[in-house]
Design a protein around this ligand. Structure first.
Ligand code: F0G
Length: 454
């Protein structure tokens, strides 16, 4: 059979409330055209993020009931730790309430004024934690990773020449080398096993620990299996183990590739570093066997980790993205290609080229998708990054719109509905107008600012 079906059936459903276009127009005006201001039950298909929004399986819900809420030494932690170590062979596994908490602990150890931390592309919260410590984060992704039309199979790869030059130039100021798999900020693009090993070898040659941000490790492993020479016949757990075997630690948001609604961890091999991290954990998150989580969360994650590496799931997961990218591409919409793991990225600046970057073409597209079809997406462009520390404003590097897919939550008919919504946007494209920001907070304005239609 050629049809790739959702490899699950539905036992419990969550109703979607259908809204009319006039209703959506009214709600948009009320929230100042900022989609973060909407109530989620006024959204038909919510593609704001793939983080914590996935559906748990019946086995995960059963695991929730097994959760043991003891303060110390809970068997839920033992099961969680074993599930992590089965895939990521690190000596110390430290649970946290989500990925950014693991980052905060990591950079309380490695950060500090004058330090420089390279990665392919740091995710916002990683960069935020690095900068909050006084250090600086630098992105050294390969050139193809910044070209939306390049068909390079591993556009998340680190540029190894740049990394070597960076390590030579910054020397002792580099406390750690990082790598994000998949590269979320760069379009959910994968990193090859060869590149992971190359980064590890370089870091180690310069005496630096190598830490992987592994949020979407299973999606990354699927791409390695499908695209990297010599990997096709290997299992996903084998590939995952190889990826992490060369690292000295990892940070993880279990809200992505562990099928959790909440959770994360920091893993390390070094005993002294782990002791420091646990000290910080106890001060900020909780005791070492629960971090910021309930025992039931730990059990749900342990089960989720065994499900996320199933090939039938990963095939269906990645296919949904590819399907939408193929359809949008055929309509002439500039999409980031090839399709990434967790999201479809649209180049709104290229598509809505009648709207200048400082009138937020990404926001115009995101608002149109909600107005026309009730779909919530996310602008990743000038509204998000345009305000400079000196108060001036300039266009971001790109104006993208991200449609991020919650795991196991939507079906093929939702995918077809999304495609149809874009057909309507194509028809309305030339009439779409830009926006101006009429009220904004000092920091991270995109979450709460208000826009007006121009
Ligand atoms: N690293 C990456 C690559 C991420 O994508 C995220 C979260 C984090 C770290 C932080 O994890 O949310 O558990 O604290 N990304 C979400 C997103 C929020 O929508 O892309 P967290």
């Amino acid at each position: 059979m050629k049809t790739i079906i959702e490899p699950f059936r539905i036992k419990s459903v969550e109703p979607i409330r259908l809204t009319s276009r006039p209703e959506r127009e009214r709600m948009l005006a009320e929230v100042g055209y900022n989609l973060f201001g909407l109530h989620s039950d006024d959204v038909l298909i919510d593609l704001l993020t793939d983080s914590g929004t996935g559906a748990m399986s019946s086995h995960q819900w059963a695991a929730v009931m097994r959760g043991d809420e003891s303060y110390a030494g809970s068997p839920s932690f033992t099961r969680f730790e074993a599930a992590v170590k089965n895939l990521m062979p690190f000596k110390h596994v430290i649970p946290t309430h989500q990925g950014r908490a693991a980052e905060a602990i990591l950079f309380s150890i490695f950060g500090g004024a004058g330090k420089c931390i390279p990665s392919n592309t740091h995710f916002d919260t990683t960069r935020g934690n690095i900068e909050a410590s006084g250090a600086q984060g630098d992105d050294l992704v390969i050139a193809e990773g910044k070209d939306p039309q390049s068909l390079h199979p591993f556009k998340g790869n680190m540029d190894l020449d740049k990394l070597e030059a960076y390590l030579q130039e910054h020397g002792d100021a580099v406390p750690v080398v990082m790598l994000t798999i998949t590269n979320n900020a760069g379009g959910g693009q994968p990193v090859s096993l060869e590149n992971i090993r190359g980064v590890a070898a370089l870091a180690h040659r310069f005496g630096k620990p190598f830490i992987i941000d592994g949020c979407r490790f299973a999606e990354n492993a699927w791409f390695i299996k499908c695209r990297e020479e010599g990997q096709a016949d290997r299992t996903i757990p084998e590939i995952v183990r190889d990826c992490f075997a060369v690292a000295d630690g990892m940070t993880m948001s279990a809200k992505k590739d562990a099928f959790g609604n909440i959770g994360g961890w920091l893993a390390l091999n070094d005993d002294d570093l782990a002791e420091q991290a646990r000290g910080h954990l106890i001060r900020t998150e909780g005791f070492v066997t629960y971090g910021g989580l309930a025992g039931r969360d730990l059990d749900a994650l342990a089960q989720g980790l065994s499900e996320i590496v199933e090939e039938d799931y990963l095939r269906y997961r990645i296919r949904t993205n590819e399907y939408i990218v193929e359809r949008l591409d055929a309509m002439g919409i500039p999409v980031v290609k090839p399709a990434g793991g967790h999201a479809v990225f649209i180049d709104a600046r290229a598509w809505l080229d009648h709207i200048p970057p400082l009138q937020y073409p990404g926001q115009a597209l995101a608002v149109a998708l909600y107005e026309i079809a009730g779909i919530r997406s996310c602008e990743i462009g000038t509204a998000m990054f345009g305000r400079q520390p000196d108060g001036s404003e300039k266009p971001a590097a790109m104006d993208l719109v991200r449609l991020a897919f919650p795991r196991r939550t939507y079906t093929q008919s939702h995918a077809d509905y999304i495609v149809e919504a874009f057909e309507e946007v194509v028809a309305a494209k030339d009439s779409l107008r830009g926006y101006k920001i009429v009220k904004e907070p000092k920091l991270m304005r995109h979450f709460t600012c208000r826009f007006e239609k121009l």
